[in-house]
Design a protein around this ligand. Structure first.
Ligand code: UDX
Length: 443
């Protein structure tokens, strides 16, 4: 095809990343085919239903379907026939019993797609993978594709955050193109033309290995920043200093900045924890484990936050067994229904295991939490789970929780005790309303 023509896109894998990418690309004017092996998921998306919680995405899915530019299929033959540029967006979870990334889905997607590629095409990896994966996949594609070396592989990491997925996709800070030829760069520029033209988004052209590394390096940096401030919180606890004031002071230094410097219960979710572990593991395989051994410490500091939050509740109550505990939050962060590696549920489950009568409420993640942890008890609202509570523990900083007035909560609890696991509440306000307020790293 003519390099200036708009390429037809396929998006392989319609989970969080893929569904968002497919929908946004269709809204931007491309003809897009979303591909997934999960027939149920394909049917739901084709009927206009987004299978996960993401603000703004259902409206864009309707718009894209109405335009006729977005379709979904389970057929890789159809994908190979249709697409000029194929985006790989399948998941790379942590392997059970290991820190390494599980590449089963990436491998399966390439093995299913490559044999259908009979003409010149670009395959673009977006999944987060261990460095070196793209090199191996290039060999696999050349071996399996009837078009052989006419098919190229590029790497274009994705940095979207849950809760802001649409905005991060439509208005990215930067685009990283890991390519092996000018043709591949041209194809990628054509596939991102509306974004590049309308916003002048910076593009970094690089090699495949660097593009793979950018993603894990970015997530490792963010995780390190969070664990850094949480490590400072541990020191504050030892000397009775105040982590909130310390973090606020650091944030005012332009060179440091306040983003990802919020102390508390630490990070969870489907990316940061598994990405830092997979990176450390891969670096060890490459013989440069020492260079990123600090990531093990970052992980340990993060895990300690969860244990310390339970300790704080125990200290406050003089023991957890038999106590009535309201757990506010289940999702790994607000504005999400994702409970993967969620610090909130870890804390709730530990307190339950210690004999606490824990009741959990979350505005969006209750169904997922119930399915994953049926042993926990759940309630209908923040005030419902706080009924007769000995302590309320805020674990995910939803605005619904932050807006609750101390006096309203005082009407339902047995004891006016609150643990603010996310430094989300105004300590002075709660204390002046007669509450015993505690937060990690604050005296
Ligand atoms: C992250 C990256 O931000 C994104 O670029 C990448 O593509 C995927 O991984 P996400 O997992 O959606 O995105 O969540 P993010 O908003 O980064 O938050 C991660 C975790 O860090 C959450 O559990 C959050 O509560 C925690 N966090 C964040 C803190 O504990 N303190 C902070 O200051 C910021």
């Amino acid at each position: 095809m003519n390099p200036t023509e708009s390429p037809r896109l396929t998006v392989i894998g319609t989970g969080y990343l893929g569904a968002t990418h497919a929908i946004c690309m269709a809204v931007l004017g491309f003809d897009v085919l979303g591909v997934d092996v999960d027939r149920r998921k394909v049917e739901r998306l084709a009927s206009g239903e987004v299978p996960f919680f993401e603000p703004g995405l259902p409206e864009l899915l309707s718009k894209a379907l109405e335009s006729g530019r977005l379709r979904f299929t389970t057929s890789f033959e159809e994908a190979g026939e249709f697409g000029d540029v194929h985006f790989l967006c399948v998941g790379t979870p942590q392997q059970p019993g290991s820190d390494a990334a599980d590449l089963t889905y990436v491998d399966a997607a390439v093995r299913a797609l490559a044999p259908t590629l009979t003409r010149r095409a670009l395959v673009v990896g977006k999944s987060t993978v261990p460095v070196g994966t793209a090199r191996n996949l290039t060999d696999l594609i050349h071996e399996l594709a009837p078009a052989g070396e006419e098919v190229e592989l590029a790497w274009n990491p994705e940095f979207l955050r849950e809760g802001f997925a649409v905005d991060d996709t439509m208005r990215p800070d930067r685009l990283v193109f890991g390519v092996e030829s000018d043709w591949a760069e041209e194809r990628l520029r054509a596939a991102f033309k509306p974004i590049l033209e309308q916003q002048g988004t910076p593009v970094v052209r690089t090699d495949l290995a660097t593009a793979e590394l950018v993603k894990v390096a970015a997530n490792s940096f963010l995780a390190t920043k969070i664990s850094y401030i949480n490590a400072m919180a541990e020191v504050c606890e030892a000397v009775g200093a105040d982590i909130k004031h310390l973090a606020d002071s650091l944030a005012l230094d332009d060179r440091i900045g306040g983003k990802f410097l919020k102390p508390g219960l630490g990070f969870g979710g489907g990316c940061l924890p598994k990405d830092i572990r997979a990176f450390a593991h891969r670096a060890e395989e490459l013989g440069v484990g020492q260079a990123v051994s600090f990531l093990r410490e970052v992980d340990d500091i993060n895990r300690r936050r969860r244990a310390r939050t339970v300790d704080l509740v125990r200290e406050m109550l003089g023991g957890i067994s038999g106590k009535r505990i309201a757990a506010w939050g289940a999702a790994f962060k607000p504005n999400s229904d994702d409970i993967r590696d969620a610090p909130a549920l870890d804390v709730a489950r530990t307190m339950h295991g210690l004999g606490g009568h824990v009741r959990v409420f979350d505005p969006a993640a209750l169904d997922n939490a119930r399915r994953a942890f049926p042993e926990l008890r759940y309630g209908d609202s923040a005030l419902d789970v706080a009924q007769d509570a000995d302590v309320v523990v805020l674990l995910t900083e939803w605005s619904d929780f932050k807006e609750i007035e101390p006096d309203a909560l005082a009407q339902v609890v047995r004891h006016k005790r609150i643990v603010d696991g996310r430094h989300a509440l105004d300590a002075a306000k709660w204390r002046s309303a007669g509450w015993e307020y505690r937060a990690l790293g604050r005296s």
